[in-house]
Design a protein around this ligand. Structure first.
Ligand SMILES: [Zn+2]
Length: 410
C-alpha cells in the first residue's frame, strides 16, 4: 500500500515539467518554421489579391501588369520565385467585349478641344445665342454655365490638354473626353474682386474660373480643368497675377503660351518669332517650373499651314541663348481633333472648336456635338489599355502597345 502511494505523488510533481517541455518544443518548432518558410507561391498566391502577397515580410516584389481574360483587377496571374525576389504578374482587369459593344467604346474616336476667349455679361444681348460679339469669341456667363451643363449631361468629362497630348485619357467607362482652353488672359477669365481676410483671392463668381469652380463643387465627377494661354501681361491684374497663377496650378488648371504680344507669325521675321515664343516660354517656365505645359496657342490661328517658314521656330528655337521646345501647338479650328492614338494625330497642329452659337451652322457648339455622334471617343475606363473597333484597325498609330481590338457585331 505504502509503495503505491509514493509513486502517485512523484507522477503528479512531474506534470508541470512535462507541460513546459511540450510548450518549449512547440515554440521552438514555430521559430524554426519562421526561419525556413516553405511557401509554394504558385499554389498559395496565384488567383489571390496582390495585397495578400505584399503582407509577406522579407521579400522583394517586382510587379508587372497585364490585362487578363480570366482575372479581375489586382489578382495575381503568375509568380516566379528567385530567392527572396518575386516576379509577379498582376491583372489589370478583365477584358469584356460585350461591355465594350454595349457602351460603344471607341478610343479612336474624335475629341473636342473647345476654344473660349472672354466671359462677359452685357446689358442687352444683340447677338445669336450666348454670343457677346459678332463673331462669337466672347460668351455670357449664363451661356458658359449652360455649355458646361450641356457637356456634362451629354457624357463628356474634362481632361487636361497636356494629358491628351501625352495620350493619357483617364475617363470612366462609356464617357467621352473634352478639353477646355481660354486664350488671351482676359481679366474676365479670373477676375479678382479683392482678398479674403486670410489673404486668399476673392474670385468673381461670374468670371470663367469662378464658374468652373462652382461647377466643380456641383459635379466632382466632371474633373474640371482648363488651359489658359497667356501673353506677357498674364491675367492683366498686376497685383494679383502671380497669385492667380498659383491658384490655377494648385487647383488642377494649366497655363500655356500665346506669345508675348499676340503676334501674327506670318507678319514677323524668324528672329522675332523666336523672341515672342522663347521669351514667353522662359517667363512661364520661371514662374511655374515643371508645372508649365509648354503648349502654345497660335494667335489668330496663324499660320494656317505648317509649311510656313516660321513654323519650325514656333516649335523649337533659341532666344538670347535660351533654348526652347514647344510641346504642342493649337490652331483656331472648327471641328474636333482625332484621338491621340490615331496615326494622323499631329500634336504640333491641333484643331480647336469655337465655343459659340450660330443656329446649328458653321461649326458652332450645336453642330460640332451633333457631328461628334458619328465618331465620338468613348472610353473603356482604363487609361492603360486602348480599346478600338475592328473596323478602325488601319487608323491606329502602331507605336502604341496594349491595344485591344473588338468586333462591333458578335
Ligand atoms: Zn488670342
Amino acid at each position: 500500500m505504502a509503495k503505491r502511494k509514493k509513486i502517485k505523488i512523484k507522477y503528479k510533481n512531474f506534470l508541470p515539467i512535462i507541460f513546459i517541455i511540450i510548450l518549449v518544443i512547440i515554440l521552438t518548432r514555430g521559430q524554426d518554421k519562421k526561419e525556413e518558410p516553405i511557401i509554394n507561391f504558385q499554389k498559395d498566391y496565384v488567383g489571390k489579391e496582390i495585397s495578400e502577397l505584399q503582407k509577406l515580410e522579407g521579400y522583394k516584389i517586382i510587379e508587372e501588369r497585364q490585362f487578363s481574360d480570366i482575372y479581375d483587377k489586382n489578382i495575381i496571374i503568375d509568380i516566379k520565385d528567385n530567392n527572396k525576389e518575386l516576379n509577379v504578374i498582376v491583372s489589370n482587369g478583365k477584358i469584356n467585349d460585350d461591355l465594350y459593344r454595349e457602351k460603344n467604346v471607341n478610343e479612336l474616336g474624335n475629341v473636342p478641344i473647345m476654344m473660349y476667349h472672354g466671359i462677359i455679361d452685357t446689358e442687352e444681348n444683340k447677338y445669336t445665342g450666348g454670343n457677346v460679339d459678332k463673331n462669337g469669341y466672347n460668351r455670357t456667363s449664363k451661356a458658359f454655365r449652360e455649355d458646361l451643363e450641356f457637356y456634362y449631361n451629354n457624357g463628356y468629362r474634362m481632361i487636361r490638354l497636356d494629358d491628351y497630348v501625352d495620350g493619357i485619357i483617364d475617363v470612366e467607362l462609356g464617357f467621352s473626353p473634352i478639353i477646355l482652353t481660354f486664350d488671351d488672359g482676359n481679366q474676365n477669365n479670373f477676375n479678382v474682386l479683392g482678398r479674403n481676410s486670410d489673404g486668399s483671392l476673392q474670385i468673381d463668381p461670374n468670371s470663367a474660373v469662378g464658374i468652373l469652380e462652382e461647377f466643380k463643387k456641383k459635379h466632382p465627377d466632371m474633373h474640371v480643368t482648363a488651359t489658359f494661354f497667356l501673353m506677357d501681361n498674364l491675367f492683366n491684374q498686376k497685383e494679383y497675377n502671380e497669385d492667380i497663377i498659383k491658384f490655377l496650378i494648385n487647383n488642377g488648371y494649366d497655363i500655356g503660351n500665346h506669345t508675348t504680344n499676340h503676334s501674327d507669325f506670318t507678319k514677323i521675321s524668324i528672329t522675332k518669332t523666336q523672341e515672342v515664343v522663347g521669351k514667353m516660354h522662359q517667363k512661364l517656365g520661371d514662374l511655374l517650373g515643371d508645372k508649365y505645359t509648354k503648349i502654345l496657342a497660335l494667335p489668330f490661328g496663324s499660320p494656317y499651314k505648317k509649311s510656313h517658314e516660321n513654323y519650325p521656330y514656333i516649335l523649337k528655337g533659341n532666344y538670347n541663348g535660351f533654348e526652347y521646345e514647344t510641346k504642342a501647338a493649337l490652331r483656331v479650328g472648327w471641328e474636333p481633333e482625332v484621338s491621340p492614338f490615331n496615326k494622323n494625330f499631329d500634336k504640333d497642329f491641333l484643331k480647336r472648336c469655337r465655343a459659340y452659337d450660330n443656329n446649328g451652322k458653321e461649326f458652332d457648339i450645336e453642330m460640332v456635338f451633333k457631328n461628334l455622334e458619328k465618331n465620338r471617343y468613348v472610353s473603356d475606363g482604363n487609361k492603360d489599355l486602348i480599346v478600338i473597333k475592328n473596323s478602325d484597325k488601319s487608323k491606329l498609330n502602331e507605336k502604341y502597345e496594349n491595344i485591344h481590338i473588338y468586333e462591333e457585331v458578335k
